[in-house]
Each structure stands twice: as C-alpha cells, then as structure tokens.
Design a protein. Structure first.
Ligand code: GAL
Length: 641
C-alpha cells in the first residue's frame, strides 16, 4: 500500500472531500490522521469534540481510504500543562522544558500516564470500531528532540525504586557499581541521585542503569496505551513510528507486543547528519546514502519481528537538517521501491500538503501550500502504476544476519574511550560491506534466532551474552565478531579473566589492552590496507593470528568458523575481507560499485542506482523484467524475476 500523513485539523473542512478524492485518484489507500490533534479533540478538560474527526473518518470510509489513527499523546494541550506542570520533562542540565512545540512530557510522570490513558480510552471507545480505522499509531516518535531521558524528580524517584527492585540490598548496588571508588557508596536507595549533574563524569554503571531504567519507562508508556487499544479496538493493528539513527531506548523491547514496527524515513536529512568525508556527503546529498535507509528497513523489520512499514517518507526538502536540499528527480520513487523491496507493508508520505504556517512551513509535502502538485506527487503517481507488478512477492530469510544491540550503543556512548568511537558507525560499516557485495541482510537482536543463516555479523557486543557464545559454538555458523565484544559485564565492569569474557568459550583469547588512536592508515603484514584505524586491542592467545599489524600486534584471529577483529575496520577493508569469507562459504557475493545496490524479494531481484551516472543492473541473461530495464538511468531502478 501507499499512504499519506494528513492533518485535517489544519485545513478548512471544505477542502477535505477534494483532498480525499485526490488521494484516492493518486493511488493512495492508507491515511494517517490525528497524532497531534489533542487540543482539537479535547479543547477543555473533559469536553470532547469528536464531531470533526468522525466526519473525516466517515468521508475516508466513503472514499475507500483506510485510516491509521494516531494517539495524540506527543502533544499534551496547554490546559493540561497548566493544570499539571509536573508532567513537563527536565533536560540534562536540570532545566524544565516548556510548552510551545511538542513532546513536552516526562515518561516517568504517573500523572501524565493517567491523562494519556484517559484520552486514549475516550478516542478508542469512540473510534475503535469505526469501519475506516484499520490500525493505530501510539504517540509519535518516542524520544524525538532528546526526550527519552528526563531528569525530573519523578524520574529520580522512579529510578530509585527501579534500583531497589534490581539490587534488593543497597550493598549489592554499591558492589555492582564499584562504589568504593571515590567514596561513592550510598547508605540507602533513596540517596541515589540521577547521573546528570555530577562534577566530572558519573560512574558508567550508574549511567547504564539509568539508560536501562529510562528505556523501560518508554516501554511502560507504550504498553499502557497498547492494552487500552487491544481492549477497545479489536482486530486493528497497533504500531509506533520509530526514528532513524536513534538508539536512546531498546526498540526491540518497546516493539515486542506491537503488531508491526513503523519508522520515519528522511534519507536526505540522515545523509546530512552522517559523519562522512565532505566529498561523500556531496555525492549523496540528493539521493541519500545508498545503504543508510536500507539499514533501517532491515533493522525495523527485525524490531517488528518480521513486519514493518514506513510511516513517514520524505517527499522533497525537509526543514530540520543542517542543510535541506531537494531530492534528485526520481529519488522519491527510488526510496519507495527500496522500502517495498525490503518487505515494507506500506509507504506513507509525510505529508499531503505543505503547511504555510508554524514550525514546518519549509517542509515539503506532496502538494505545495496552494494545493498544486509538488515533485513527490508525480513520482508517487508513477509508483502507483508500477505497484501491481510486484504485488504478491514475499520476503524470504536473508543469507546474512547482523546482530544490532541498543545496549551496545549505550556502552559506547557512556564510555567511548576515544572521540571517534561510535557503535552505530561500526555496525553500519559491517552492514555497508555486506550490502556493497550484493548480500541481503536481516538485522536481529542479540537473542535472535540464528537458525538458517550462513553468516552472522556481530559488529560489537560489549556485554556478550553467554547463551550467544554457546549458540555460536554449538551451531558452528560462520561469525565475524568485532572489537570490544565481551569487554564489559552487565554491571559495567571489566570481566574477571579479562575481555572477551564469555566469548572466550568460542574464541580462546585474552585482550590485554585497548588503545584509541587518531585516525590513521595501516598496512597489515599480508599487505592488506586499512584506510582508517582508530581502535586496536592487544591480544594474547594460543591461536596464531591470521594477520598482524606492522608492530606485531595480532590483527585477525580465527577459531573454527568464528573470526575476531580486534580493531576498528573501515568499510572498504571489510568489503574485501567479507568477500573472501563469502568465497570460502560458497555465498555468491561480488562488489557492486559505489552507487548500485540490489535486494531480493521472493522471486524478484531489484536493482537501484543511487548515482547520477547511468549503470547496468546485474541481471542474468534471459531475466524477465517487471519494472524498468537492465540499463539504469540516474536514480533509476528495475526489478526482474
Ligand atoms: C518527523 C515527525 C513528523 C514531522 C517530520 C518532519 O520526525 O514525526 O511529525 O515533524 O519529522 O520531517
């Protein structure tokens, strides 16, 4: 399906019928409505005005449009904030964040949780069985604008209770955190503060527990609404729209009981935020990085346990990145098809018509503010014509699994030990290497089912689960495991017997020391070139390293089918290394070049050209083309079986 985000509350009612008819004519069948409309739904405490929404939903039903209704809890109305200022979030500097934009609430606030339950119940009671409503979106972009963690009195109290539950006795907490260091011992749980306003860095174990606590508040918030929707709106799916490049809570845990995951895809905004060399950044400024959006499709399919959709698709320039260029002609179509090729059940564009007022007036829509069609509109029309050709193709398991872990990201952020160290970039480097070889990937949590994969990529897992080490050893599946894996216990300590902790069962080695470096090129003894090394570990092992750095430090260790990489690898080196491993495993893989990418969906293979130069799709002779042809124009795509 293709869909669109629509804000009837922002337009005169006379426009609605025409808008809905134009959507239908364009081939749109799903409309998201309502996620910021609290002040229009409940203009005064307890006075509900559902009439307008009912009229919109009735018109949608009549037009044959299906609706995903948003719960409006990302935008508590002014009267609510005035009555309960304690629901406002507090930032890391200890300042209360105010009314006048959005997401001005604290996940730890019981008062706000109750208010949300009240609002969601009223909404779901009234519209839970409306024929137009096929699904729900809970809230909007949890954590956006740095709101996953609040440093409020409510959070402090909640954190103390959470710690008491986790540790039982405060002496256990003191031991786990190592509080004999710097006289940090606490006499009781109620004396533990939040880790934000310390003189110098707070104890990393303190931070990690606070991140875990905050993540569980997001979970609790989502679950509360989910339970209401399940009860009052049976037979409808429930999702949440997650963000790109965002890791402040455990998305697997938050999505566990949802029917599917959704995410908001803004390829040009993200490309502008990626720390790429200037030349690379320019290269992708109008198409987005060829792997970054695909990475998120694979990630959110994993988060949604096999099911996902794109709830917001960039249709033209956005308003929020450091720079906001126009997509190149054809790119909106390219993005849409890339999502569908990854198994997205729907792609919804954000937004129908550009708003001439308020914060996002410089954000494009499918229509300009005056209602005339913008660039995205004509590309969506083309997508709608092409859609029937690929309908019915269903995703299969990919040959390669990549394990992505939110806690791993928190450990890197809390204790980077070098300014360049980023878990996200490390994971992305592994992903890019595989995708540049034309391999399809599934992204899974560290406890994901690895059965049936030929190769498992583990960019890093600082807190390495023993069960995973054992499962890898027992299955004998090929695994590439990156630096810092097994370097911490769950309590943020160095494991007894040194890193890699439990991973030593699979790879018998000991990491004696780790160093972070200014980015530098290195040549391994085999002659292999590393463009950029920022991290190295000194390993002691009975295993003879498969390669060494110039100064003799081991660079690659292998035990059976498992490899350990005790340094930060760059994507170019990883691509070569991975190609060698694929050759050993008999996995078909070949470099596609900088701008060409492929993806299989059932019996179909798609090829995408993210570049401004034409190129040829790697289709076999005799391939039957359902979309396009083997010669790809700039920003073009094709699909064959
Ligand atoms: C998303 C958000 C939308 C809109 C959009 C603009 O983060 O969910 O409401 O603000 O960005 O790109």
């Amino acid at each position: 399906m293709i869909g669109v985000c629509y804000y009837p509350e922002q337009w005169p009612e006379q426009l609605w019928p025409e808008d809905l008819a134009r959507m239908r004519a364009l081939g749109i069948s799903l409309v998201r409505i309502g996620e910021f409309a609290w002040s229009r739904l409940e203009p005064e405490p307890g006075r509900w005005d559902f009439g307008w929404l009912e009229r919109v939903l009735d018109q949608c039903a009549a037009a044959g449009l299906q609706v995903v209704l948003g719960t409006p809890t990302a935008t508590p109305p002014q009267w609510l904030v005035e009555a309960h200022p304690e629901i406002l979030p507090v930032d890391r500097a200890g300042r209360t964040r105010g009314f006048g934009s959005r997401r001005h609430y604290d996940f730890a606030s019981e008062v706000y949780l109750e208010e949300c339950a009240r609002a969601v119940s009223a909404l779901a009671e009234r519209f839970g069985q409306h024929p137009a409503v096929v699904g729900w979106q809970i809230d909007n972009e949890f954590g956006c604008h740095d709101t996953a963690r609040s440093y409020s009195p409510a959070a402090r109290e909640g954190f103390q209770a959470w710690l008491a539950e986790r540790y039982g006795e405060v002496s256990n907490l003191n031991r786990a955190w190592g509080n004999s260091f710097w006289s940090q011992e606490y006499p009781r749980f109620s004396s533990v503060g939040l880790p934000n306003l310390t003189v110098t860095e707070a104890n990393p174990a303190h931070w990690l527990d606070f991140y875990r606590y905050a993540s569980q508040q997001v979970e609790r918030f989502a679950r509360r609404q989910l339970a209401i929707l399940r009860r009052l709106s049976p037979g409808r799916w429930v999702t949440h729209n997650f963000m790109g490049m965002f890791t402040d809570f455990d998305h697997y845990a938050v999505a566990r009981d949802l029917d599917l995951a959704a995410w908001d895809s803004y390829p040009l905004g993200f490309a502008d935020l990626l720390p790429l060399p200037e030349e690379e950044r320019r290269r992708w400024e109008r198409s987005g990085h060829p792997d970054l959006v695909a990475f998120h499709h694979d990630l959110y399919r994993g988060v949604g346990q096999g099911r996902f959709l794109v709830m917001e698709q960039q249709p033209g320039p956005v308003n929020w990145a450091p720079h906001n260029p126009s997509p190149a002609p054809g790119v909106v179509r390219l993005w849409t098809m890339e999502a569908l090729a990854h198994g997205a059940e729907a792609v919804c564009y954000f937004r129908w018509r550009q708003a001439p007022f308020a914060q996002e007036q410089m954000h494009s829509g499918l229509l300009r503010p005056d209602g005339s069609p913008d660039q995205g509109f004509s590309e969506v029309a083309r997508v709608a014509r092409e859609l029937p050709a690929i309908r019915g193709a269903h995703r299969r398991r990919a040959p390669v699994a990549l394990l992505f872990d939110y806690q791993a990201d928190w450990v890197f952020r809390i204790q980077p030990q070098g300014v360049e160290q980023s878990y996200f970039e490390l994971a992305f480097a592994f992903y890019c290497a595989a995708r540049q070889l034309g391999l399809d990937l599934d992204i899974l949590p560290p406890d994901g089912d690895l059965h049936g994969y030929s190769l498992v990529l583990i960019p890093s897992l600082p807190v390495f689960p023993q069960a995973l080490a054992r499962a890898l050893a027992a299955s004998g599946v090929a695994a590439l495991i990156g630096p810092r894996s097994g370097s911490k216990t769950a309590e943020f300590q160095i494991p007894q017997g040194l890193p890699p902790g439990p991973l030593a069962e699979l790879l018998p080695l000991r990491v004696l020391r780790a160093e972070s470096l200014r980015p530098r090129a290195e040549v391994l003894r085999s002659g292999a070139q590393l463009a950029r090394v920022t991290w190295r570990e000194q390993v002691e092992s009975e295993l003879e390293p498969m390669d060494r750095f110039g100064d003799g430090w081991g660079a690659l260790y292998r035990a059976g089918a498992a490899w350990y990489l005790p340094f930060s690898p760059d994507p170019a080196w990883l691509t070569t290394f991975l190609a060698e491993r694929c050759a050993e495993l008999g996995l078909p893989a070949r470099p596609l070049g900088p701008a060409l990418r492929t993806r299989r969906l059932g019996q179909l293979t798609f090829a995408f050209n993210y570049g401004a130069e034409p190129c040829a799709a790697p289709a076999p002779a005799g391939a039957h083309f359902l979309i396009g042809e083997p010669e790809l124009g700039p920003y073009d795509l094709c699909a064959w079986e």
